[in-house]
Design a protein around this ligand. Structure first.
Ligand code: NAD
Length: 474
C-alpha cells in the first residue's frame, strides 16, 4: 500500500481538438455519410466525445471505388521509391504529432497515457518507418513485387492507432490502396490519421477511413471489388469472415484471440518474473490478444510467486488514463466490462478463489480491479476462454513436460512466455509450444521487424517483418 500522499499528474488535453461530429474519409476528403451516426464516449468518464458517421452500403461502395481508382491510376503504378517518401512522411508526422495522438487515444480508448505515449504511438511510427524502407526493395522480399489492389481492413479497439499502422503501412508499401474500418468504440485516432494523410499530401483515395460497427465491417469485407481482407478481432467474427469470403478469390489474413501461458520455472529470477506477469496481464487493462492470461507456475515456488505478485498488484495505480502515473486505465466499454464481470463470476461459481487488488475505483466510467484467480484447473472456463480484461488465472505444474502440455491445452496459439535462467530449457520449451510468438524472460515486446501472428484459432497470416509483406504481394 502507498504510504505517501499521492499528487496527481494529469496530462493536459488542450492539445487535442475533438470535433463535435465527423464524416467519413473517402477520396482524400471528409464527406457526409449516407447512413446514421453514433456516439463515441470516453470510457473513463462516460462523457460523449463526438458523433461519428456510420458508413452504410453506399458509403462502403464509394470508399472501395475511390481506393480502386487510386490504385489503378496512381498508387499501383508509382515506383516504390516514390511511395516510400509518403510513408516516411507519415511516420515523421506521427512522431511530430505524437503527443496529440497519445492524448486522443487515451481519452477515446481509456488506456493510460504512459502506454499510448511510450508504446502505441512510437511503435505505430516505427511501422511506417520500417515499411517505408521496404517499398523500393520488394524484389528482395521473396513474396513477389506486384500489389494485390484494394485491401479492406477491419481492426479492433484495444490498440486503435497501432493496429491501423500494422495494417496500413505494409499495404501501402506494397502498392495497395486501403479502406480501413476502425472499431466503433475507438474511431478518433483513425480519423486524426486521415488528417495526417492529408497533411502528408498522400494522393486522394490511397487511404480511406470508414467508421461504423459490425454491419459496416461485414459490408466492407464482402464487397466484391475488395481484393484482400485483413482482419484483427475476435475468433467468432474471424470465423464468420472466413466463411463469407470462402469461394471468392480474395486473399485473407486473420489475427484473432489468444489465451497465452506465461510459464515460470523455479529457477527464474522471481522479481523479474513478477514484473513480467504484471506486464503480461495488466498492460492495457489486459485488453491484449497476446496477454499472459494463464500463469503456469512451478509448484515449488507457487506460494512465493503469488505472495510477491499480490504485493506488487497492491501498488498498481488504477484510474484517470491521462494521469502520467496511472498503471491501469478504464475498461474500454460497458459491454466489455459486463463480459469481464460475467466470466469472473463464473470463475467463482466454478470454485476458483478470487483476489482483487484493493483500490478505489472512480465513480464514473468502466472499471475493473486487477484480479487474480488461484485454484484454477484446466477445465475452468476462466482458463479456457479469453476474458480480455485485467484477470489472471493461475495454474501450477511440476515438470517442464507438464508445463508444455498445459500451455498447449487451449484452442488458441498466439503467444507464450517462459521464465527460467537456463537457455537450453528456453529453447526446448519454446520449440514445443504451439504459439506464434514466445517471449523468454520478458513479455509483450513488439517490434516492426518481427513477425506476429497465431496458430489454431488465433488465426492465420503474419504481420510485421518481411513476413508481413506476403499478405499484400503476388
Ligand atoms: P470484434 O471481433 O468484436 O470486432 C473487431 C472489429 O470487427 C470491429 O471493428 C468490429 O466493428 C468489426 N466487426 C464486427 N462484426 C463484424 C463482421 N461480421 N464482419 C466484419 N467486421 C466485423 O473484436 P473486438 O472485441 O473489437 O476485439 C477484441 C478481439 O480482438 C479479441 O478477441 C482479441 O484477442 C482480438 N485481437 C487480436 C489481435 C491479434 O493480432 N491476433 C490483436 C488485437 C486484438
Amino acid at each position: 500500500m502507498n504510504t505517501f500522499e499521492y499528487a496527481p499528474a494529469p496530462e493536459s488535453r488542450a492539445i487535442v481538438d475533438i470535433k463535435p461530429s465527423y464524416g467519413l474519409f473517402v477520396g482524400g476528403e471528409f464527406v457526409d455519410g449516407h447512413g446514421r451516426s453514433f456516439k463515441t464516449i470516453s470510457p473513463s468518464t462516460e462523457e460523449v466525445l463526438s458523433e461519428v458517421a456510420e458508413a452504410d452500403e453506399t458509403d462502403v461502395d464509394l470508399a472501395v471505388k475511390a481506393a480502386r481508382r487510386a490504385h489503378s491510376r496512381v498508387w499501383g503504378r508509382m515506383p516504390g521509391k516514390e511511395r516510400a517518401k509518403y510513408l516516411f512522411r507519415i511516420a515523421r508526422i506521427i512522431q511530430e504529432r505524437g503527443r496529440e495522438l497519445a492524448v486522443l487515444e487515451s481519452i477515446d480508448n481509456g488506456k493510460p497515457i504512459k502506454e499510448t505515449r511510450d508504446v502505441d504511438v512510437p511503435i505505430a511510427a516505427a511501422h511506417f518507418f520500417y515499411y517505408a524502407g521496404w517499398a523500393d526493395k520488394l524484389k528482395y522480399s521473396g513474396h513477389g513485387t506486384e500489389s494485390l489492389g484494394v485491401a479492406g481492413q477491419v481492426i479492433p479497439w484495444n490498440f486503435p492507432l497501432l493496429m491501423l499502422s500494422w495494417k496500413i503501412a505494409p499495404a501501402l508499401a506494397c502498392g495497395n490502396t486501403v479502406v480501413l474500418k476502425p472499431a466503433e468504440t475507438t474511431p478518433l485516432t483513425a480519423l486524426l490519421f486521415a488528417e495526417i494523410c492529408q497533411q502528408a499530401d498522400l494522393p486522394p483515395g490511397v487511404v480511406n477511413i470508414i467508421t461504423g460497427a459490425g454491419d459496416t465491417g461485414r459490408t466492407l469485407v464482402s464487397h466484391p471489388d475488395v481484393d484482400k481482407v485483413a482482419f484483427t478481432g475476435s475468433t467468432e467474427v474471424g470465423r464468420a469472415i472466413a466463411k463469407s469470403v470462402a469461394g471468392s478469390d480474395k486473399r485473407v489474413t486473420l489475427e484473432l484471440g489468444g489465451k497465452a501461458a506465461n510459464i515460470v520455472f523455479d529457477d527464474a529470477p522471481l522479481d523479474q518474473a513478477v514484473e513480467g506477469i504484471v506486464n503480461g496481464i495488466f498492460f492495457n487493462q489486459g485488453h491484449v490478444c497476446c496477454a499472459g492470461s494463464r500463469l503456469l507456475v512451478q509448484e515449488s515456488v507457487a506460494d512465493e510467486v503469488l505472495g510477491r505478485l499480490k504485493r506488487r498488484m497492491g501498488t498498481l495505480r488504477v484510474g484517470d488514463p491521462l494521469d502520467k502515473n496511472t498503471d491501469v486505465g478504464a475498461i474500454n466499454s460497458a459491454e466489455q466490462l459486463a463480459k469481464i464481470r460475467r466470466l469472473s463470476q463464473i470463475g467463482e461459481q466454478e470454485g476458483a478463489e478470487r483476489w482483487s487488488a484493493p483500490c478505489d475505483l472512480p465513480d464514473h466510467g468502466f472499471w475493473f480491479p486487477p484480479t487474480v484467480f488461484t485454484g484454477v484447473t484446466q477445465a475452468h472456463r476462466i482458463a479456457r476462454e479469453e476474458i480480455f480484461g485485467p484477470v489472471l488465472s493461475v495454474l501450477t505444474f511440476r515438470t517442464p513436460g507438464e508445463a508444455v502440455e498445459k500451455a498447449n491445452n487451449t484452442p488458441y496459439g498466439l503467444s507464450a512466455g517462459v521464465w527460467t535462467e537456463k537457455g537450453s530449457r528456453i529453447l526446448k520449451v519454446a520449440n514445443a509450444l504451439r504459439a506464434g510468438v514466445v517471449w523468454a524472460n520478458t513479455f509483450n515486446k513488439f517490434d516492426p521487424t518481427s513477425p506476429f501472428g497465431g496458430y489454431k484459432e488465433s488465426g492465420y497470416g503474419r504481420e510485421g517483418g518481411r513476413h508481413g509483406l506476403e499478405a499484400y504481394l503476388r
